[in-house]
Ligand binder design. Structure first.
Ligand SMILES: NC(=O)c1ccc[n+]([C@@H]2O[C@H](COP(=O)([O-])OP(=O)(O)OC[C@H]3O[C@@H](n4cnc5c(N)ncnc54)[C@H](O)[C@@H]3O)[C@@H](O)[C@H]2O)c1
Ligand SMILES: [Zn+2]
Length: 244
């Protein structure tokens, strides 16, 4: 199938449905200037003492908190990043009653910044932080406008409300994501290597009519897609955005 035909097919799928769920990952935000993990210019290709998944793990956070924050401030927080066409297009689809939920592995808050309401953040958000001792909530500035290990007024360590590797996802979010996907008629998966579990496993519960997969590189789920588009999300949704 030629590219134009694929985009036309996606246009038809979206036009015909009012029960779409989008499942995405870091590739949704690369066009906002936030590097993903596994692309050519992703964080894996940059040379660090440890791979990114080691640094953003529970053990590393506990044992090398200061080093964690060094990497985290430098590579995981993008204060000035703005939503891109993919975030805006998905927000529009929700607003016109076509899209029921965005399930994201991202922690950058850009779906909400674009206006999406029902966003399930499986891995939390860098925008929320809290004290590990007293629970007091903090915004991004508590991490960004400080150096070293950020501390609460009570003396406790402030940590991001993100799910680090080795940590459990919230039960509520798991339930919401699984329910949304199970009840969806169309599932659009985009910008994710589908290699981070359990998040990537949730798409298996989909039993609707069309599974669409838009990703620049191949994934282990490609063969399950009814429509596979190996292109940048911005290119695909930029084209469709004009028509909704
Ligand atoms: N923006 C963020 O919040 C952010 C950034 C980096 C990592 N992370 C976290 O790291 C983990 C990484 O897993 P993942 O699967 O989300 O990311 P990943 O890096 O493993 O995979 C990203 C995928 O997106 C594709 N891609 C990149 N840009 C694209 C584009 N413009 N259009 C289409 N496809 C594109 C790549 O080919 C790759 O397969 C996640 O748990 C996530 O929470 C989040
Ligand atoms: Zn405190």
């Amino acid at each position: 199938m030629a590219v134009d035909e694929r985009i036309e097919k996606l246009y038809k799928i979206i036009s015909d449905s009012d029960n779409i769920v989008f499942f995405g990952g870091a590739g949704v935000s690369t066009e906002s200037g936030i590097p993903d993990f596994r692309s050519q210019d992703g964080l894996y290709m940059m040379k660090y003492k440890y791979p990114p998944e080691t640094i953003v793990s529970h053990t590393f956070f506990r044992e090398k908190t200061e080093e964690f924050y060094e990497f985290y401030r430098d590579k995981m927080i993008y204060e000035d990043a703005k939503p891109n066409i993919t975030h805006y297009f998905l927000a529009k689809l929700e607003q016109i009653g076509k899209l029921k939920a965005v399930v994201t592995q991202n922690i950058d808050g850009l779906h909400q910044a674009a206006g999406s309401k029902n966003v399930i953040e499986l891995h939390g958000s860098t925008l929320r932080n809290y004290c590990m001792s007293c629970g007091k909530k903090y915004g991004l500035d508590a991490v960004l406008k400080t150096s070293g290990v950020p501390k609460c007024e009570c003396g406790g360590i402030i940590r991001p409300d993100v799910v680090l590797y080795e940590e459990q996802l919230s039960e509520v979010d798991i339930e919401r994501a699984i329910t949304a996907i199970e009840n969806a008629d169309v599932l659009i998966i985009g910008g994710t290597s589908l290699s981070v579990y359990p998040a990537a496993g949730f798409i298996r519960g989909f039993s609707g009519s069309s599974l669409v997969l838009i990703n620049k590189s191949a994934t282990s789920y490609d063969r399950n897609a009814d429509l596979l588009i190996n292109m940048g999300l911005g290119e695909v949704f930029g084209e469709l955005d004009k028509r909704f």
